[in-house]
Design a binder for this molecule. Sequence first.
Ligand SMILES: NC(=O)c1ccc[n+]([C@@H]2O[C@H](COP(=O)([O-])OP(=O)(O)OC[C@H]3O[C@@H](n4cnc5c(N)ncnc54)[C@H](OP(=O)(O)O)[C@@H]3O)[C@@H](O)[C@H]2O)c1
Length: 332
Amino acid sequence: MEQQFRAFRVHQDESGFRSGVEQLDVSKLPDADVTVRVHYSSVNYKDGLASLPEGKIVKTYPFIPGIDLAGEVMASRDARLKPGDRVLCTGYGLGVSHEGGFAEVARVPGDWLVALPEGLTLREAMAIGTAGFTAALSVRRLLDNGLTPGQGSVLVLGATGGVGSMAVAILSRLGFAVTAVTGKPEAREKLTAFGATEVLSREEAASGAKGVLGKERWEAIVDPVGGAMTADLLKSVRYGGSVALSGLTGGGGIETSVYPFILRGVNLLGIDSVFCPEPLRSELWQLLAGDWKPERVLNAGVTEYPLERLPEALNTVLSSKAVGRQIISLIN
Ligand SMILES: NC(=O)c1ccc[n+]([C@@H]2O[C@H](COP(=O)([O-])OP(=O)(O)OC[C@H]3O[C@@H](n4cnc5c(N)ncnc54)[C@H](OP(=O)(O)O)[C@@H]3O)[C@@H](O)[C@H]2O)c1
């Protein structure tokens, strides 16, 4: 096995905080059953935080971040996997407490790996990544709670972001009318290309309600934003509708009242992609490779960077300038 590989590492020590691409030896990787030659990784909001000294994601330094990876098994002590198998990994401790995907080689427990489903390339798997998986989990939970196409519109917040753009593409593919909410007026055309039937500014989407409830406007909401927007938009979900809440780019606190829940039967659904259990995890990846494949974002919303340009991609996501998904190639 090749002993040396390139990785993006963050350091926090007596010389301060720094990061960059380094040459490492495989002996530096954590002990785990499966060694993977990583072909692609992707950039999520959490990776942006992991690249900051005050990000509160990374627990020990030096560390290789990257919460997603897809590649080929190089060596395995796990009987279920053999060299040459194509696999992907999102969540668990990857890129948080266990060295992650911003490296040409990674070592991970076999239980964390999903076999690459037929219908997806390794590149597409990472263009989907944690963000697309979270979008799929959100849609799945909304469907399980009674959402059906052909009624009103589903609202998607943070629509140009990773979770948002993927949710727009999946919902439109499933036949839903999708209203995309964005803080980027210039992205209107792009969001339409991703599958949005209507695009609203954050101000236009606001409930406008002075009291505890507003006009019933939305069948459901895919919400990776949180904070004041969630609190406000709960007032305009239709009777029996649901909000799939996955993120906090708009804030971690929600100040609301009981009225949407007790007068309209609104469901607030928590979405966690990190510890999503099997077999649901593999089922969602099968859907993402088939009937739910977010082709519109895969075709028009993916930007690829080499590992050396990772800081640029991290900055784009941290400054909320990214549109669609950003992937990191580790094969050139
Ligand atoms: N629960 C889970 O398992 C899980 C999984 C993945 C991600 N997440 C979380 O979900 C969130 C989104 O992740 P992501 O990877 O999609 O991030 P992202 O690509 O950076 O997208 C976030 C989007 O949110 C919108 N936004 C940013 N600041 C906002 C504000 N102050 N108010 C309203 N909208 C704002 C922006 O879209 P517009 O400009 O279009 O409005 C931005 O592009 C993060 O908090 C992340 O940690 C959670």
